[in-house]
Design a protein around this ligand. Structure first.
Ligand code: BES
Ligand code: ZN
Ligand code: ZN
Length: 513
């Protein structure tokens, strides 16, 4: 139950024949709402079922709306596809990459319901995009991998069950219309993004008694060996030597040793400043002495979601090997309670030197990140540093489950991330990082306190982090409302979403030109 080679799960290849000719168990094609005419592929499929699609449209039984319920399914015999599924995609002028991911998700969910493990997905070329066919195929591959993911490793297999099989194990992809070239590359990129995000999800789903800090480090080590990434793992002794008093103060209350995972991809020139990704890897957050209430505490196994996303992103980076240097850093600890646990009022010394009065031991994420940020800034002098963390409940109040909060010291970086969020379907939205809020963190006994009270809780948390970034352009994503929960798209399931793996990857991709 350690490192999962998720890229092996679904084998995606470009279709070699047209939608109506390829002999598959299920062909799925998207249909836009309110379109007068059918595309050539849709027409060919319609013909195979004696005009069934046209009839369904004429009768208003299938309208092509952007809804999981708006679809038409036909069954047939003979050569070519055995079943065909027309899936609603909504209005054509609203179509983007997320439309295609949802299309893929709906197709895989239908395949699942039909117990079909083979799928031919036909995606529309995105007219509003520069490289519309490429981007559609990429998003289609991503959506298939994400939708096919199912966390079953902790369920006892039923009698006669083989080893867990993927829900869909073979998929063909093609474009409704002119595909242009580069289909293979689009599938390669989409599959890497999907595989990376799925690794993050596996780690998120694993409970706190499985996914401990040392488990995350073992997974990272296996991955590094597999993909040729450099890896360094710091344990308590190395942290002590680094003077990481903040990270160690969080780990003090736990029997599980902390780890700090450092993964490096060297794709750029030697000596070129890397991009740095830092993720909170808090494998279980009880709140510490400032104990959380019991209701919903089980979800605090997801408090390592930021770290999981960084590991997922590094996996995809290892697979794609972009021409930039990237470093991924995951400080990992539990936040537990024992006789050695940090107490409210204790003053600790961070690696960077500033002292912190710990008012609330539940504000632990910013402590482990403080040491990780200063370590990353000093050791790697990154060109830019982005951290992601399930940091504050206040973020969920501010933005709900639709967007991560985005705060940063560098306006250009913030803008880049916002764009990457839009394109990846993992959206983020800016909050101000104004100095005016800084007084909320003043302590009578130390340089800072670790909480700034209830007002603007996500902003004061980010301001706390900003004290440790050195002079590196830095931005922070608070993913408390977006990393896990009830599914918001058909390619997700209840649990971990891997958010913001794709956002980070999209950003790295833009930066690598
Ligand atoms: N891990 C939590 C934040 C969190 C809350 C994540 C809800 C996901 C959902 C974090 O460590 C925490 O407990 N933050 C406190 C900070 C407070 C004590 C200043 C919070 O937000 O309540
Ligand atoms: Zn906490
Ligand atoms: Zn936490």
């Amino acid at each position: 139950m350690s490192y999962v080679r998720t890229e092996d799960l679904v084998e995606i290849t470009p279709a070699s024949a047209g939608a109506s000719e390829e002999p598959v168990a299920l062909v799925a094609i998207g249909v836009f709402q309110d379109t007068e005419t059918l595309t050539a592929s849709q027409e060919a499929l319609d013909e195979l079922v004696g005009g069934g699609l046209t009839r369904a449209r004429d009768r208003g039984d299938f309208r092509g709306r952007d809804s999981d319920d708006d679809f038409a399914l036909f069954h047939r015999d003979g050569d070519g596809p055995q079943r065909m599924l027309f899936v609603g995609m909504g209005k054509v002028e609203k179509a983007d990459r997320e439309t295609v991911r949802k299309l893929a998700g709906r197709a895989v969910r239908r395949a699942e319901a039909l117990s079909v493990t083979e799928l031919h997905l036909v995606v529309p070329a995105l007219v509003g995009e520069e490289d519309g066919a490429f981007e559609a195929v990429r998003a289609g591959a991503e959506g298939i991998h994400l939708a096919a993911f199912d966390f079953r490793e902790l369920k006892t297999p039923g009698e006669g069950d083989d080893a867990p099989k993927p829900l869909v194990d073979r998929a063909l992809l093609s474009v409704d219309g002119d595909a242009g070239s580069g289909l293979d590359e689009a599938i390669r990129v989409g599959s890497a993004f999907g595989a990376g995000e799925n690794l993050a999800r596996v780690l998120q789903f694993r409970p706190g008694n499985v996914a401990t800090p040392s488990h995350l480090a073992e997974v990272a080590e296996a991955m590094a060996a597999d993909l040729g990434l450099e890896i360094t793992v710091l344990g308590p002794d190395e942290m002590e030597a680094e003077g990481m008093g903040a990270l160690l103060s969080v780990a003090a209350g736990s029997d599980e040793e902390p780890r700090m995972i450092v993964l490096e991809h060297r794709g750029g020139d030697e000596g070129e400043a890397p991009l740095a990704l830092v993720g909170k890897g808090l494998t279980f957050d009880t709140g510490g002495i400032s104990l959380k209430p019991p209701k919903g505490m089980e979800d605090m196994k997801f408090d390592m979601s930021g770290g999981a996303a960084v590991l997922g992103a590094m996996k995809a980076i290892g697979m794609l090997r972009p021409g930039v240097n990237v470093v991924g850093v995951v400080p990992s600890s539990e936040n537990m309670v024992n006789g050695k646990a940090t107490k409210p009022g204790d003053v600790i010394r961070t690696r960077q030197g500033k002292t912190v009065e710990v008012i609330n031991t539940d504000a632990e994420g910013r402590l482990i990140l403080a040491d990780a940020l200063s370590y990353t800034a000093d050791h790697f002098k990154p060109a830019a540093m982005v951290d992601c963390a399930t940091l504050t409940g206040a973020c969920v109040i501010a933005l709900g489950h639709q967007a991560a909060a985005l705060l940063g010291s560098d306006d250009d970086l913030v803008e880049e991330l916002r764009g990457a969020g839009d394109r990846s379907g993992e959206r983020c939205w800016p909050l101000p990082l104004w100095d005016a809020y800084r007084s909320q963190l003043e302590s009578p006994v130390a340089d800072l306190k670790n909480v700034g009270g209830r007002p603007a809780g996500s902003i004061t948390a980010a301001l706390f982090l900003s004290e440790f970034k050195g002079d590196v352009p830095w931005a922070h994503l608070d993913i408390a409302g977006t990393a896990y929960g009830e599914p918001r798209a058909p390619y997700q399931r209840k649990g971990g979403f891997g958010f913001p793996t794709r956002l980070l990857l999209e950003w790295v991709r833009t930066r690598s030109g």
